[in-house]
Write a protein that binds this ligand. Structure first.
Ligand code: PHE
Length: 439
């Protein structure tokens, strides 16, 4: 524990950190964003590229972030300043804090829609709605700005309340029970979805890759989605790494979190696409996809009222455990670097995000720019700098020491080093420059 941060906590056990990091990773990114981006980018081929990126880039970047955080015992900004004094690497932290603001802004809007769907489910307002009616319902929510703003701010307020009181760990206790429950509901949804008439077309869309669909743009979208879904490239994992005990395995943590996150995303796809095709809805609907597709399934299953309500409640909670981690990045920076009190730091951060969130709720172009700019540009750029930092800047001894601090030999270390030195930087840079049309 470093002397200038006497109040640092650490997670008490292995499951604590995995639950927290998985809580950050699993959220709207898996259930809302993954299916909609996959739907817009050609289906199965996107899935393959996505999986490859999670494995080759996502896991190594996550290990890198964990080891930086655990070694420095600081927020993302302070961590880079401490590990590379007098150099510009702390800019990764600055970018991370910026990304946290942008992501939290549009994320709160989507979580706001989710809250509205909790309300609609509770009042049984979606029952009997036709597929066309579902689209209308969603468009109404988006168009009724006051309503969107109300739910957005409510969600953000709840996030701020939890972060301010420092009760995230209390929440994690529930997460351990509620996330498996979310998984269970998705499995139940899958059973209903794949038994709908016409469902096989949706499965083919998801699992039969059409390689002609792969363009540089699709590849960039897959990279951005991998970063977004794993919560990497901006310091969330650095911050969480700073709370992990030396006795925990960093590689094991990164692998478990990435696997859980990917499993939930793919299963969400298996629930959504068969239904989308069965109900004759275009898979490239955009950000409304999950909200217009799933209620149709609930309408066609026994206990649909109950499952629908539970699903949206759990999705809100999954979103909360992610938004908490985003706000935590900003608050850790404000308290440790700008020396603000936690309470004040939280409300200032939430206030700024609230304003940005209102802009996103009012203007879908701003929403899209925030969404794409943060996922496809800021996060991969952050990831690129992080792997260069670990691979080339801090020298080979420290990463190894930190990874093996749990007392076990990391047999994968050579491979890891090769990836973060060569494979990941080149891959990210290429995808990035090509996707942006610069090469
Ligand atoms: N990974 C989260 C999700 O999938 C979103 C997130 C992105 C959280 C970046 C933190 C940092 O919902």
């Amino acid at each position: 524990m470093s002397s200038n941060t006497p109040s640092r906590d650490s997670f008490t056990n292995k499951f604590g950190i995995i639950a927290a990091a998985a809580g950050s990773a699993i959220g709207l990114g898996n259930i809302w964003r993954f299916p909609y981006v996959l739907g817009e980018n050609g289906g199965g081929a996107f899935l393959l590229v996505y999986l490859a990126f999670v494995l080759i880039i996502g896991v190594p970047v996550m290990i890198s972030e964990l080891l930086i955080g655990r070694r420095a015992q600081l927020n993302v900004f302070g961590a880079f300043r401490k590990l590379a004094p007098g150099q510009f690497w702390y800019l990764i932290g600055v970018m991370g804090v910026g990304a946290a603001f942008l992501i939290l802004a549009f994320y709160s809007v989507v979580a706001g829609w989710t809250l509205h769907y909790v309300y609609l489910s509770l009042t049984n307002s979606l029952a009997g709605n036709t597929p066309g009616g579902m689209i209308e319902t969603f468009e109404n929510v988006q168009a009724t700005k006051g309503l969107s703003v109300f739910w957005t701010l409510l969600f953000l307020g709840a996030t701020a309340y939890i972060v301010r009181s420092g009760i995230e760990k209390g929440i994690e206790k529930y997460t351990k029970v509620l996330m498996p429950l979310l998984l269970l509901i998705i499995l139940i949804l899958i059973v209903r979805s794949v038994t709908l008439e016409g469902a096989s077309e949706g499965l083919a869309f998801l699992f039969n890759p059409d390689f002609s669909k792969i363009t540089s743009d699709v590849v960039l979208e897959a990279l951005g989605q991998a970063f977004f879904s794993l919560s990497i490239g901006m310091g969330v994992i650095v911050t969480y790494g700073s709370y992990i005990k030396k006795s925990e395995s960093l590689g094991g943590t990164a692998l478990s979190v990435s696997l859980a996150d990917t499993l939930i995303a793919v299963l969400a796809g298996v629930a959504i696409f068969p239904a989308a095709f069965a109900f004759d809805m275009a898979p490239n609907q955009g950000p409304g996809l999950v909200f217009i597709t799933l209620p149709n399934i609930f309408n066609q299953m026994v206990g649909g009222y109950f499952f629908g309500l539970l699903f949206f409640v759990l999705l809100t909670i999954a979103a909360l455990t992610s938004s908490i981690s985003l706000l935590e990045v900003v608050v850790a920076y404000f308290t440790e670097e700008l020396k603000l009190k936690r309470k004040r730091a939280t409300w200032i951060a939430a206030g700024i995000t609230g304003i940005l969130g209102i802009v996103c709720a009012f203007n879908s172009s701003v929403f899209n720019v925030f969404d794409k700019f943060s996922s496809n540009i800021l996060l991969p750029l952050g990831g690129l700098l992080i792997v260069i930092f670990v691979g080339w800047v801090i020298g080979p001894t420290m990463p190894r020491e930190e990874i093996e601090a749990d007392g076990r030999k990391a047999h994968y270390y050579k491979g890891f080093l090769f990836i973060i030195k060569f494979v990941a930087p080149v891959a990210i840079a290429l995808v990035f420059l090509k996707g942006l049309g610069w090469i």
